[in-house]
Write a protein that binds this ligand. Structure first.
Ligand code: FAD
Ligand code: DLZ
Length: 509
C-alpha cells in the first residue's frame, strides 16, 4: 500500500484531531520549519520561536504515542520553500499522497492547491477546530452588503446552547457590552498572572543561525512565557479563570501604562495554533461562571462573545471575502507608516507604550490594537497594506485570517463598512477617559490646534472633514457632524492647518 503523508502546519497543533486516534506504520506526519513561512511577513521573534518550539513539542508527543514523524528543522537543509522540503519528504518516505488539514490562510491554500499534480496527489480534510463554517455564514448573510456580528453571534449561542436558558439568553439579554467600559481605578491592584516557563535557548539559536529576519525582542530564551503545548495552554487559561475572569468584563476596554495585559486572557496564540479548542474554552468559562457567584455575567458574556462571536465571525468574513479583501482601501489612504511604529520612539505616550510593549512581548490587548495604534493609523491616513504588514508581524497571535479582518475591516474601515458599522476613531478624550496615557504625555490632550495639541485631536476632526462625502450619511455619525458643523470657520481653518502640519511630519510626532 502506498504510504500516506499527513502534513501538519505550524498553526495546526490540535492534539484532539481525529487523525491521531490510531497509529499506523503507513502514515507519516510531516512537519516543516522553513524560511518561506517564517518570512512572508516580518514576524516577531517570539512568534517564530513560539511556533517552532510548539511544533517540535507536538511532533515529539506524536512520536511518544507511536506515530511516524518526519521533521524538517530550520537548519536541516538550505532549502527555503515549503514545497521543495515537502517533495524531499515524499521522496524519503516513498509517498506521492499528501493529506493536509484545511489551512487557515488563503495564501497557503492556493499554494498547496498548486502542488496538486500528476506526480503528487494532495487533498484536504477539516482542521476540526472551528465552531462554525463559512458556508453557514454565507447562508446567513445571503444577499447582504454588510455582516452584523450580533446576528451571527446570537445564532451560534442558540446552536451551541452557550449561556442559554432554554431558548432565552441567560440573564435575559444577549449582549452586555455597555457594562464593559470601566477605567482602571488609580490604586487598583491587578491579580497575579501565570506565565508558563519554557527554555527555548536551542530554538532561539537555530532561528538566529538560520538568519531569519525578525522583529521585536526575546529577552530571556530560558524563560519563554507563551504556552508551547496544550498542557501549558490550559494551565494559563485555568489560572486566568480563577484569578482574572471575574473582572474581564468591567476592565475589558481599560488601558494603562502599568501593565501589558490587564484582565485579558492571553490565550490567542494557543487558540490560533489550535493547541486548545475554542468550544471547550467557552464551556469552561460558562461552567466557571455558573459555579462561582463572584464571576459577573458581563464578564462571562463578554468573554464568550469574543470567541464564539468575533473570532468565528472574522474567520467566515475572511473566507467569504478573500482575495478581494486584501486590497480594499475605501478611503484611498496612501501615507507611509511612521518609522516609530518599528521602534516605539514617539512623544505620544499612548503610541509609545503600546508599540514598546508590542515589541517587547509580541502582545497588545484588543483596545490597544484598535483604539491606540489602529486609531492613529486610520486618522493619519496610512496605506492599509503597510498597516496590515505591521499587524501581521508584530503579534505572536497574528495569522492573516484573523489579522486582516480585524485590521483592514474593523480597525481601518478599508472595506467601507462590511464589518464595522462606523469607523473606530477617537480623539484624546477617549484615551483619557479609558486610560492613564495622557498623564505625563508631552502633548496636551485637551486642545486641538496648538503646536503641542495631541495629534489625535487634530487628526480626528480632519478625518471627518476630509471624508465627509463617504461618511456623513452614516446614521451613527450624525452627532459627530453636528458638533463639527457648530465650529466656526476660523476654528475649522486652524484645524486644517495643524492637521496639514501633522500629516507632513508623521515621523517626528
Ligand atoms: P482576550 O481579550 O482575552 O479575548 C479572548 C479571545 O477572544 C482571544 O484570545 C481571541 O481569540 C478572541 N478575540 C477577541 N477579540 C477578537 C477579535 N476582534 N477578533 C477575533 N478574535 C477575537 N486576534 C488574533 O488572534 N490575531 C490577530 O492577528 C489579531 N489582530 C488584530 C488586529 C487589530 C487591528 C485588532 C483591532 C484586533 C486584532 N485581533 C487579533 C483581535 C484581538 O485584539 C486579539 O484576539 C486579542 O487581543 C488577543 O488577546 P487575548 O488572548 O488576551 O484576548
Ligand atoms: C507563522 C509560521 C511560521 C513563522 N513558520 C512556520 C513554519 O516554518 N512552518 C509551518 O508549517 N508553519 C509556520 N507558520 C505558520 C504558517 O504560516 C501557517 O500554517 C499558515 O499561516 C496557515 O495558516
Amino acid at each position: 500500500m502506498n504510504p500516506t503523508i499527513r502534513l501538519v502546519l505550524g498553526d495546526q497543533l490540535n492534539p484532539l484531531h481525529s487523525w491521531y486516534t490510531t497509529t499506523s506504520k503507513n502514515i507519516t506526519y510531516v512537519f516543516i520549519e522553513c524560511k518561506e513561512e517564517a518570512s512572508y511577513a516580518p514576524h516577531h521573534i517570539q512568534k517564530v520561536v513560539g511556533i517552532f518550539t510548539s511544533m517540535r513539542d507536538f511532533a515529539q508527543r506524536l512520536r511518544d504515542q507511536g506515530h511516524q514523524v518526519w521533521y524538517h528543522h530550520i537548519l536541516d537543509s538550505t532549502a527555503a520553500e515549503l514545497s521543495s522540503i515537502l517533495y524531499s519528504a515524499c521522496q524519503e518516505i516513498g509517498s506521492s499522497s499528501v493529506v493536509c488539514q484545511e489551512p487557515d490562510e488563503y495564501r497557503v491554500k492556493q499554494y498547496l492547491q498548486k502542488l496538486n499534480s500528476t506526480t503528487l496527489h494532495l487533498s484536504f480534510e477539516s482542521s476540526e477546530h472551528f465552531i462554525s463554517s463559512p458556508s453557514e455564514f454565507q447562508e446567513m448573510f445571503k444577499g447582504k452588503k454588510s455582516f452584523l456580528m450580533e446576528t451571527f453571534y446570537r445564532k451560534l449561542r442558540k446552536r451551541t446552547g452557550l449561556l442559554m436558558d432554554g431558548k432565552e439568553p441567560h440573564g435575559g439579554k444577549w449582549n452586555l457590552d455597555h457594562q464593559n467600559r470601566k477605567k482602571l481605578p488609580k490604586n487598583h491592584l491587578l491579580p497575579p498572572v501565570y506565565l508558563p516557563i519554557t527554555d527555548v535557548t536551542e530554538v532561539y539559536r537555530d532561528v538566529q543561525q538560520a538568519g531569519l529576519r525578525t522583529i521585536g525582542t526575546l529577552q530571556d530564551p530560558k524563560q519563554f512565557y507563551w504556552p508551547t503545548n496544550t498542557d501549558q495552554a490550559w494551565e494559563v487559561f485555568d489560572h486566568w479563570l480563577n484569578h482574572k475572569f471575574g473582572l474581564f468584563g468591567d476592565f475589558q476596554d481599560a488601558m494603562t501604562v502599568k501593565d501589558w495585559a490587564l484582565y485579558h486572557s492571553r490565550i490567542s496564540f494557543a487558540l490560533n495554533t489550535k493547541m486548545i479548542d475554542p468550544l471547550e474554552v467557552c464551556r469552561r468559562a460558562e461552567n466557571k461562571y455558573r459555579s462561582d457567584p463572584s464571576i459577573a455575567l458581563n464578564a462571562a458574556e463578554g468573554f464568550i462573545r469574543q470567541i464564539l462571536g468575533w473570532r468565528e465571525f472574522m474567520r467566515s468574513v475572511y473566507w467569504t471575502s478573500m482575495p478581494d479583501f486584501a486590497s480594499v482601501n475605501y478611503f484611498n489612504h496612501k501615507s507611509d507608516l511612521p518609522d516609530w511604529f518599528w521602534t516605539g520612539k514617539t512623544k505620544m505616550k499612548c503610541q509609545e507604550h503600546t508599540i514598546t510593549q508590542s515589541l517587547q512581548y509580541g502582545y497588545a490587548h484588543h483596545i490597544q490594537r484598535l483604539m491606540v495604534t489602529g486609531n492613529f493609523a486610520l486618522l493619519a491616513g496610512i496605506d492599509p497594506d503597510q498597516v496590515d504588514q505591521w499587524y501581521l508581524g508584530i503579534y505572536v497571535d497574528a495569522f492573516e485570517w484573523v489579522e486582516i479582518t480585524n485590521t483592514r475591516g474593523m480597525s481601518q474601515y478599508a472595506d467601507g463598512g462590511k464589518i464595522a458599522t462606523k469607523p473606530y476613531v477617537a480623539s484624546a478624550n477617549y484615551m483619557n477617559k479609558m486610560g492613564d496615557y495622557c498623564t505625563n504625555c508631552s502633548y496636551d490632550h485637551k486642545t486641538k490646534t496648538e503646536t503641542n495639541s495631541c495629534p489625535l485631536n487634530t487628526l480626528y476632526w480632519d478625518f471627518f472633514d476630509r471624508n465627509r462625502s463617504k461618511l456623513d450619511t452614516n446614521f451613527r455619525l450624525g452627532m459627530v457632524y453636528r458638533t463639527y458643523d457648530k465650529m466656526g470657520p476660523e476654528l475649522k481653518d486652524q484645524i486644517r492647518k495643524r492637521a496639514h502640519y501633522v500629516h507632513e511630519h508623521l515621523n517626528e510626532l
